[in-house]
Design a protein around this ligand. Structure first.
Ligand code: NDP
Length: 453
């Protein structure tokens, strides 16, 4: 008889934890999982999925304009925030059920409530006091948004945890930050008709992305009516009769109905009992792991945002799967974080993979740049501003595709396949000998012939 109650205890029922639990169970492991909020985690409950639904909602305004350009008479349109939130909530509840059902069908024992670590092989469920002895423990508790920096009145702001459940659509909204969440929500609110301002300490959005993409997105946002308050910070917030007054470092004070603070997320490691098993944290509170997601305690592993490697759902899923393969499938598997295709669901949408032009040049190699800009075909008859930008970064000596940077409709879809090309080491010659699909935007990717630099 085993000295352990389970072979694996997973703390956290988000993307990484659920995948690890299911795969481990299919290898025959006895698995128990605990989630303190709702199964599905940030991605499903208050992240990627509801966000994308809201992005799609905001884009209908463009569709109505385009339809008119094609001869359709579009009557009066009106947006109902509460109807959207209710429909979104139904879909999220459905998905939560799917996650839970998938775990149960795989034979995983599902618990609700917070679990804490009490030693290298011991977990306690706080709600019941139940103690479980586990051969392995996987920490997949994710991260949480932070209301930073701390400023007077800063607690008047909301985070991405609350924004999905607002009872009313804000008429005037300020989004603070220049990363994924700030950019996406500024686009959502502007699309849905809120007066939207974006406040960011830097001079461009999306630090780390290709510089030209950053320029193009900023220009597109400004044209779509997002007021960009760049090179500034918020110094204080105060509730007034008219809303939330935000004092800016530039000296002005502006009033909004809601302030969404999207200045980053912090790993959820506090109060988890990690010290009882000597699990080391870095200076930002993230769990330190090796390439197999193993912590300094040999029986404890960690995957996903709590490790602050690449904080993206598909990466957490890959890490969770690799962990299960390694520990229970007899297939030691490392996850490469080198090439990660990613999309920002701004409008216009961004898709990016591999090296930016700047990074490729900084690495000292000889690079060739191919790029093109045009208006999307769909917007030609309506005259709507719908820019498309495509840039390929190629290593000259080897002809290998190092990076691709897209802005425009369906860039998220396109970058998935370009991600495959970059991952497999495709060359510019491979693109050149590919027959174009016409008329599409994507054909430009295989018809650009002359490097611009
Ligand atoms: P990001 O790290 O992407 O962006 C944080 C932003 O806040 C940056 O612009 C940063 O500025 C700014 N910031 C940080 N600290 C301060 C401060 N003290 N004062 C003022 N501004 C500050 O975080 P997000 O919260 O937007 O997103 C969290 C994670 O979630 C991301 O890492 C991303 O991987 C993931 N995500 C992915 C999505 C997708 O795949 N589509 C969608 C949403 C989230 P600066 O640039 O100057 O550092």
């Amino acid at each position: 008889m085993s000295a352990f109650d389970v072979d694996l205890f997973v703390i956290g029922g988000g993307s990484g934890g659920v995948r690890a639990a299911r795969i481990a169970a299919t290898y025959g492991a006895r698995v128990m999982i605990a989630e303190e909020f709702r199964y599905g985690g940030t991605c499903v409950i208050r992240g990627c999925v509801p966000k994308k639904l809201m992005v799609l909602a905001g884009r209908f305004a463009d569709d109505f304009r385009d339809a008119a350009g094609y001869g359709w008479s579009v009557g009066e349109t009106r947006f109902d925030w509460r109807a959207l939130i209710a429909a979104k909530d139904r879909e999220i509840a459905r998905l939560e059920g799917v996650y839970r059902g998938n775990l149960e069908r795989a034979g995983v024992t599902v618990r609700d409530g917070r679990a804490v670590i009490e030693g290298p092989h011991e977990v306690r469920l706080l709600a019941t006091g139940e103690r479980i002895r586990a051969a392995h423990i996987l920490v997949a508790v994710g991260a949480r948004p932070s209301l930073e920096p701390t400023i007077p009145g800063g607690e008047l702001g909301i985070t991405s945890n609350e924004v999905f459940d607002l009872a009313e659509q804000p008429r005037r909204v300020l989004v603070i930050g220049g990363g994924y969440i700030a950019v996406e929500f500024a686009g959502i609110f502007a699309g849905l008709g809120s007066e939207t301002a974006l406040l960011h300490r830097g001079d461009k959005l999306l630090r780390g992305f290709d510089e030209e993409l950053r320029d193009k997105l900023g220009a597109a946002y400004a044209r779509r009516g997002v007021e960009l308050l760049l090179g500034r910070t918020a110094e204080a917030m105060e509730r007034t009769g008219d809303g939330i007054a935000v004092r800016l470092s530039s000296g002005e004070t502006r009033v909004f109905d809601q302030v969404l603070v999207a200045t980053g997320r912090r790993p959820n490691t506090a109060g988890l009992g990690l010290e009882t098993a000597n699990v080391a944290l870095d200076e930002g509170g993230a769990i330190v792991v090796d390439a197999y997601s193993r912590t300094l305690c040999p029986s404890i592993y960690a995957v996903g945002d709590v490790t602050n490697r690449a904080n993206l759902t598909p990466v957490a899923i890959r890490e969770g799967h690799a962990f299960a393969d390694t520990v229970f499938g007899g297939k030691p598997t490392m996850v490469s974080h080198e090439i990660i295709p990613t999309a920002v669901f701004s409008t216009p949408e961004i898709g990016t993979v591999g090296c930016s032009e700047e990074l490729a040049r900084a690495r000292g190699g000889e690079v060739a740049i191919y790029k093109t800009s045009f208006r999307s075909m769909r917007a030609t008859l309506s005259g709507r501003d719908d820019p498309v930008f495509m840039k390929l970064v190629v290593d000259k000596p080897s002809d290998r595709l190092l990076g691709a940077h897209l802005m425009g409709p369906e860039s998220g879809e396109l970058i998935q396949l370009l991600g495959t090309l970059v991952t497999m080491g495709a060359t510019k010659a491979d693109l050149d000998r590919t027959i174009a699909v016409h008329p599409t935007a994507a054909e430009e990717l295989v018809t650009m012939r002359t490097p611009v630099a």
